[in-house]
Structure formats: structure tokens, C-alpha cells
Design a protein around this ligand. Structure first.
Ligand SMILES: [Zn+2]
Length: 394
């Protein structure tokens, strides 16, 4: 499923796209975004593709490639699906822009409780598990879009948690996970409205409990209930100018390991470690250095006085969401992660110090050596503060 909603205020236009997939790489999405931006005359950053991060969607081209060992037949299948999805993306964006109408917006925040911090401390090792004492962000931002006749046209909502209610034996079911069930419930209760899920910043949270399709359904029900609770009470009117500020941050990696280490990795027992090492050796053999940094897109999208979308690429850990919520409290922030493109996890200083999957081992699947330097949190907070400052009403 791919959905799009277009906003226009003055000369500014922004299109938010909600994509039911795990994520999109730069290589996958950049050509499509460039083409669509040129076609519809959209500014850089104005087309925001937000991946839902469901782990039960088809594999996409050029995305997380070292995570799979694909046969040529698989590759062909993935190529076909990717082309189909890009077609649907273009259709959705075109349709949203063609259907701009005067609207009234209302914003509110609810709460859902199934997000669980997944970093468990075992001695000096961090493992996957359930950590009820770890940080999570349980807020559920909601935007109601009404037509001039008072009918609800769209319901936007978000949550900061992995799309992984489905696991275990049900793992191979194709599904939009709890996010899709939440949308279905809302659309059933608000006939004529389109429900759109925008992923938050909770890359170190998993739904709890998880493991079956039934878990996805119950989390969908809880999330839809939280949204309906907000919709059923008075909400804050959102009025005023639409403003977009977009940029990219350059996030530095630590020095790469010496070539001997990479050669050793290329004979490792783990296929993913081997895949990363082999592609890195190819770069080195071609006389190119391993990447010293990574680009990450960021944006602030302000709608009047009562709402600012704080938007970041990558799999953003919850520390960013919590920190942005605190420092931009007066701007009524709505945090969106997994936006634009997902180069890898974006760990905080705390998580970089602690180590574990989001800091280190996940990079194996993204095919790069790291970790990031601890300066990245400061870089991102500074850049986001600049962007939010730019769109702030004077
Ligand atoms: Zn993830």
C-alpha cells in the first residue's frame, strides 16, 4: 500500500507519502523522488516518503541487499515488484496534488502503551529482549483533516515503534502489521476518511507482546483506539502558513578497521559479515576509500502555529524523539522517522557508548563499517534546531 497527502499553503507545497514497506535506500528511492519532484515542480525535501517499517512486506531493490542471499529468479521478482511500487508511488503523488481542496486541520495527541524498549543489559552485553525500564515514546500524534463541508477527509497518526508485532511462525505472512490494522479500524469508524500512518522515532522499541498475527491485530486495535480517543475530544485548530526547511547532515564514522581485519571478516562464518567484507574489499581494490561519513536528510515542516513536523531519515532511536520533543516543545512537534531514505540506524550518544545492535551490529546488514562517532547526536540536534528555527513564525 502506498498513500499520499498533499498540503498547500501560499506558495509552499509538501507531499507526505506513507509507504507500507520496511524501508527504502537512497539507491531505490532517489531516482523516483527526483523524477516526481521535477514533474510536479516540488522543492527539495517537499516529497517526504515515510516507510512504515513493517517487516512483513516484499523486499525492494537495492535495499538491505546484504541481508538476503537471492537467486536470479528472486532478483527478477524483486525487480518487478519494485517497478510496480514506483508506479503506484507516482500515481498516489499525482492524485494527491490533483485533489488539493480547502481544508480545516485539527491536531491532538493520545497515548498507546504497547511500545517496549528492546535493549536488555546482560553484563556488558546488550541483547534483544524486553526492557520495561528502558526509554520509549508512547505518544500518538493525530491530525484530523476536514473538508469545508465538515466531513473528515483524512486522519494522520503516528507511533514510535518497530513494525514487528508479527514474528515467530507467522513471520512469512505479507502484512502491513499493526499500522495497517489501525488504519483499517479508523477507516471503518470514519467512513470516507483515509487513515495514514506516519512512523515515529522508536527504532529501539518493539511491540509487546509480539510473535503472531493476532498480536498485530490487537496492537492495531489499541492504536486505533488511541487515535479515536483523540478524535472524539476537542482538538487544537491548526491555522496559518505552511513552511518547509530541508537539509542533509553529514554523519562521520569512526576510522574503518585495517584491511587485515576486513580480509579476516571476508572468511567469517557469518554470511552477512562476509558480504559486508567482500563489498568493502571491492571498494578498496578499486582504489576507493571506505565511506568516512553518511548523509542523512532532515526537515522541519511547520503548519501554522500549532504543528511542526520534525522529520528525519534513518532508523532513529527513541532518544532523538524524546530530545526533540523536549527542545521543540513550544513548536508542537510531531516526530517522523524513517523519512526520505534509510541509510542505517541512527544511534544516540548513549547507545553508541553502550553498544549493541543499533550502534554496531546492525551496520553489517547495511553493508558498512562503523560505528558512527559520538558527535552525530550533536550534529543532528544542531541541524534540526536550525531547520525548526527557520520555519518558526516570527
Ligand atoms: Zn528496524
Amino acid at each position: 500500500m502506498v498513500q499520499a497527502i498533499a498540503f498547500k499553503g501560499g506558495d509552499e507545497r509538501v507531499v507526505l507519502v506513507a509507504l507500507d514497506n520496511c524501508e527504502v535506500s537512497h539507491a531505490f528511492i532517489a531516482p523516483a523522488v527526483q523524477e516526481l519532484s521535477a514533474k510536479h515542480n516540488l522543492r527539495p525535501g517537499a516529497l517526504v516518503v515515510v516507510s512504515s517499517h513493517t517487516h512483513s512486506a516484499p523486499v525492494l531493490e537495492h535495499t538491505l541487499t546484504s541481508m538476503y542471499n537471492l537467486s536470479p529468479a528472486d532478483e527478477e521478482q524483486i525487480h518487478k515488484y519494485s517497478a510496480f511500487l514506483k508506479l503506484k508511488l507516482a500515481e498516489a503523488v499525482g492524485a494527491a496534488l490533483a485533489d488539493l481542496k480547502p481544508a480545516r486541520l485539527e491536531h491532538g495527541v493520545g497515548r498507546a502503551t504497547f511500545a517496549m524498549n528492546r535493549r536488555v543489559y546482560n553484563g556488558d552485553r546488550i541483547d534483544f529482549g524486553e526492557n520495561p525500564d528502558g526509554p520509549v515514546d508512547r505518544y500518538v500524534p493525530v491530525l484530523k483533516v476536514l473538508g469545508t463541508n465538515g466531513a473528515v477527509r483524512a486522519i494522520l497518526f503516528g507511533y514510535a515503534c518497530h513494525g514487528t508485532s508479527i514474528a515467530g511462525e507467522d513471520f512469512y505472512i505479507v502484512s502491513g502489521d499493526y499500522m495497517a490494522y489501525a488504519r483499517q479500524h479508523l477507516e471503518a469508524h470514519y467512513p470516507g476518511a483515509t487513515a495514514i500512518y506516519l512512523t515515529g522515532m522508536g527504532a529501539d522499541s518493539n511491540p509487546s507482546p509480539r510473535g503472531t498475527l493476532l498480536d498485530a491485530k490487537r496492537h492495531g486495535l489499541e492504536l486505533a483506539g488511541a487515535v479515536a480517543g483523540v478524535l472524539g475530544h476537542p482538538m487544537r485548530q491548526v491555522q496559518g502558513a505552511l513552511k518547509l526547511a530541508y537539509d542533509e547532515a553529514e554523519l562521520p564514522f569512526a576510522d574503518p578497521p585495517p584491511r587485515e581485519q576486513i580480509e579476516k571478516d571476508s572468511k567469517d562464518g557469518d554470511v552477512y559479515t562476509r558480504n559486508r567484507a567482500t563489498s568493502s574489499l571491492k571498494l578498496l581494490d578499486a582504489g576507493k576509500p571506505l565511506p568516512a561519513s553518511m548523509k542523512l536528510p532532515l526537515a522541519a515542516i511547520r503548519v501554522g502555529d500549532a504543528l511542526t513536523f520534525v522529520v528525519m531519515g534513518g532508523e532513529d532511536v527513541v532518544d532523538y524523539g524524546r530530545r526533540f520533543k523536549r527542545i521543540f516543545a513550544a513548536d508542537h512537534p510531531w516526530l517522523i522517522g524513517y523519512a526520505y531514505e534509510i541509510p542505517c540506524y541512527i544511534p544516540s550518544v548513549r547507545i553508541l557508548k553502550e553498544g549493541g545492535y543499533e550502534a554496531q551490529s546492525s551496520l553489517i546488514y547495511y553493508g558498512v563499517y562503523g560505528p558512527f562517532r559520538a558527535s552525530i547526536e550533536g550534529i543532528l540536534v544542531k541541524k534540526m534546531s536550525e531547520l525548526v528555527g527557520k520555519v518558526r513564525n516570527q
